[in-house]
Design a protein around this ligand. Structure first.
Ligand SMILES: [Mg+2]
Length: 270
């Protein structure tokens, strides 16, 4: 386990910035600010692309959104629904490549459990709602506690997680949703599979050339697994509840923190 201390991003070694090959990023409240993408944050994505760094969002957001992101944003691939799949778009062949990390039988079994979860959560946790983007999901159920509903107390979030675990489902808390799914996949496992399929290298071999930036407890598997892990400063409110902390933290929050990190990296490559 990494030490429970977080360093400022100016301590990221210059050689890490110079040799960076893949920039993994969370989206909500890391790249977005108060629910929107700022012009500066989106421009930072293009700066990474122009610098030859492969950008891969790793998000709890649904398949339908990831399909659009893979096609339209300047990214190399997208890992969605907390590691359920990876989508990438081949511009030469004009083909979307959709790789799923869950077997069909697991997906069908999981769908039945998620239906039960939906009924129980809506009955037993007042104020929560099924997320507005649920229609576009394939593998998970996202329960909204803060995006389109008034923010619920931590006790309600814990109750949602408890109901999910009692049904043998996994769950992760983002800054807005509790994402629940069946099966062992998570963001970390899917990131490793992506690196292996792209570079034919195990994670340990390419570790010095990758970085991840996130903002909340559902990013913990990647804070634990990626040596060069960074959080935007709004992670502060979650740190006490987290086992695995990021190695570095920006001074600014959300999209401004994202831009701060990108500028820091690119400063060492110019
Ligand atoms: Mg987030």
């Amino acid at each position: 386990m990494k030490p429970r201390s977080v360093r400022p991003i100016h301590q990221i070694p210059p050689e890490v910035c110079r040799n960076l090959a893949v920039f993994f990023m969370d989206i909500d409240d890391t790249f977005t600010t108060d629910g929107r993408i700022t012009a500066a944050a989106f421009q930072s994505l293009w700066k990474l692309y122009d610098a030859g760094i492969g950008v891969v969002p790793v998000t709890g957001r649904p398949a339908g959104w990831c399909d659009m992101i893979a096609r339209f944003w300047p990214v190399e691939a997208v890992i969605g629904e907390n590691g359920a799949f990876c989508f990438s778009y081949d511009y030469q062949k004009k083909t979307m490549i959709r790789q799923f990390y869950q077997s069909d039988s697991d997906r069908i079994h999981g769908a039945n459990l998620l239906k039960q979860l939906e009924r129980r959560v809506l009955r037993d946790v007042p104020g929560c709602a099924i997320s507005a983007d649920q229609s576009f999901r394939i593998a998970d159920l996202a329960i909204d506690f803060c995006e389109d509903v008034p923010a619920l107390p931590d006790e309600s979030i814990r109750k949602i997680c408890s109901i999910a675990r009692n049904l043998d489902l996994n769950c992760k808390v983002s800054s807005i949703h509790v994402n629940c799914w069946y099966g062992s996949h998570d963001k970390n496992e899917s990131l490793e599979k992506y690196l292996f399929s792209k570079y034919s290298l195990p994670m340990a071999s390419i570790q010095p050339q990758i970085l991840f930036i996130g903002d909340s407890p559902n990013d913990e598997p990647l804070f634990a697994a990626v040596d060069n892990s960074v959080a935007v400063s709004n992670i502060h409110r979650f740190l006490d509840t987290m086992t695995h902390w990021p190695a570095y933290m920006t001074q600014k929050r959300s999209g401004d923190g994202f831009c701060e990190l990108v500028n820091r990296i690119l400063k060492h490559r110019s």
